[in-house]
Design a protein around this ligand. Structure first.
Ligand code: HEC
Length: 127
């Protein structure tokens, strides 16, 4: 099964187990098949919650990297223990999140193999 060779290094199937990527436990309950397909073929289109690492280079030279969201007139950095906000004039460069999941994972698979993988994913057990 292709999941074991290509995906399981980064994704656990057990609940709340996080490797480089989120657990895929109960995937079907939170994503449609179409969303799952996009997550695999274009990882950068949507980034899973908690994995959206962006980077800010501040005018004062500091580098902030982590969960950064862009609000109307400021950037918001949030981590488990604090939230920090930076106005646009304080920020020199903002680089949005890039998915930690590589592109082109299924490029060399045939249609049947890809269908098998999708079938496997939508049928993952959940609660
Ligand atoms: C090198 C590590 C890596 C590999 C290999 C990898 N992924 Fe990912 N995957 C990630 C990361 C990191 C995320 C979270 C960022 C994002 O959403 O793009 C993610 C997100 C996802 C999501 C979205 C989950 C959600 O809750 O939004 C799905 C579905 C997924 N991967 C499936 C797969 C499948 C299927 C494979 C094998 C074909 C695979 N991944 C291989 C790292 C990986």
């Amino acid at each position: 099964m292709h999941f074991d060779t290509r995906c399981s290094d980064c994704h656990a199937l057990e609940k709340d187990v996080v490797f480089a990527g989120p657990s895929l436990f109960g995937l079907r309950a939170r994503m449609s098949l179409a969303e799952i397909k996009t997550a695999i073929s274009r990882p950068n289109e949507t980034i899973a919650t908690g994995f959206e690492d962006g980077t800010l280079v501040l005018v004062d030279g500091r580098l902030i990297s982590g969960n950064i969201t862009v609000e109307e007139d400021h950037y918001l950095y949030s981590s488990a223990d604090k939230n920090e906000s930076f106005t646009k004039v304080e920020v020199e460069v903002y680089s949005p999140a890039i998915s930690g999941m590589p592109e082109g994972l299924l490029e060399d698979l045939g249609k049947h193999e890809i269908d098998d993988l999708h079938y496997f994913l939508v049928n993952l057990k959940g609660e």
